[in-house]
Design a binder for this molecule. Structure first.
Ligand code: PMP
Length: 319
């Protein structure tokens, strides 16, 4: 029946997000700046793509039995993507989050039925680090660790969908692709796809000031560990899914620049996005301003603003 095929379930509507131009913020630049609206995915972020891809992959390999428990170390967005997939496919879900992540994300994940475990903001070397806690709990309980930082299905889905969509939506003309890295899935997968087709495309990491990844891109060594408030990107070690060979350069963006840009995206473009979208757009505008590109600069808007209402940076936005 046609109706059923097209309306099957919400998971079919992940991806194929709009690509739009920053008509006001990007005005006057040598090349257009185009943003991929990942905040318009059903779960509100780019992470819906990898949640479905990782579960599809595990099911195909026979790793997941009906009713199994999934566990992930997540800043919240992967958790929400997994919560959708868990709901639609009948799995249980445990999310391990560092305490710096917003209360809104915690409340939302609990509301969708996930068990949320909050860990201290501990470095990767600490047993209390959220990734180490998730791995330990998976082993102890026989749960399936979706493992977004290492699972190759993460990079692969961005190569096959996000990257392919960008090529299609731009008619194959991209001068540069800019993105922050949490797991690295977005920048590595899209970067790999674009570079396989376009000889001169530049892949640029957008990194918060305080993250060590920009130094790593430039020198191969992780930079000093500092504090920053933008969520979901940057870090003090390079995950397996962040492929250095695909990245050409890095742009460092402060919290102040990122959050000021979110306000502009909301008010001048009607794009209702979160902090890392601000980081990505600040970096994309810098890259576009250099004027040495073959085509537009493309970046992603990873998630939506409603996850951050309780955060200090979203207070005090009067007209
Ligand atoms: N922005 C936000 C808000 C995120 O949650 C994430 C994922 N951690 C990213 C950007 C980065 O995406 P990726 O994991 O693909 O590098």
């Amino acid at each position: 029946m046609r109706f059923q095929e097209e309306c099957d379930d919400i998971l079919m509507h992940i991806g194929r997000t709009p690509l739009v131009a920053l008509r006001r913020i990007g005005r006057g630049l040598p090349v257009p700046v185009l943003v991929k609206c990942e905040h318009m995915n059903p779960g509100g972020s780019v992470k819906d793509r990898i949640a479905k891809a990782i579960v599809d992959d595990a099911e195909a390999r026979g790793t997941l039995r009906p009713g199994a428990t999934l566990i992930e170390a997540t800043a919240g967005n992967t958790g929400m993507g997994l919560a959708l997939v868990a709901a639609a496919r009948g799995y249980a879900l445990v999310c391990v989050m560092p305490e710096k992540m917003s209360v809104d994300k915690r409340v939302a994940l609990s509301a969708v039925g996930a068990r949320v475990v909050v860990t201290p903001n501990a470095p990767p070397s600490s047993p209390e680090n959220f990734r180490n806690v998730a791995r330990r709990m998976a082993g102890e309980n026989g749960w399936f660790l979706t493992d977004q930082f290492n699972n190759p299905a993460n990079v692969r889905i961005h190569e096959e969908t996000t990257g392919a969509e960008i090529l299609e939506q731009t008619g194959g003309s991209v001068g540069a692709f800019v993105a922050g890295a949490g797991t690295g899935g977005t920048i590595s997968g899209v970067g790999r796809r674009l570079k396989s087709v376009l000889g001169r495309v530049r892949i640029v990491l957008a990194d918060p000031v305080g993250s060590g990844l920009a130094d790593w891109v430039e020198t191969g060594r992780i930079g000093p560990d500092g504090a920053y408030a933008v969520e979901g990107i940057g870090g003090s070690d390079a995950p397996e899914n962040l492929h250095r060979a695909v990245i050409d350069s890095a742009e460092r963006v402060s919290d102040e620049e990122s959050f000021a840009m979110v306000k502009r995206l909301v008010r001048e473009e009607g794009l209702l996005v979160g902090g890392s979208a601000g980081t990505n757009v600040v970096a994309a505008l810098r890259v576009a301003a250099r004027g040495d590109l073959d085509g537009p600069v493309v970046t992603v808007l990873p998630d939506a603003w409603d996850r951050y209402r309780a955060k200090p940076w979203m207070q005090g936005w009067p007209p």
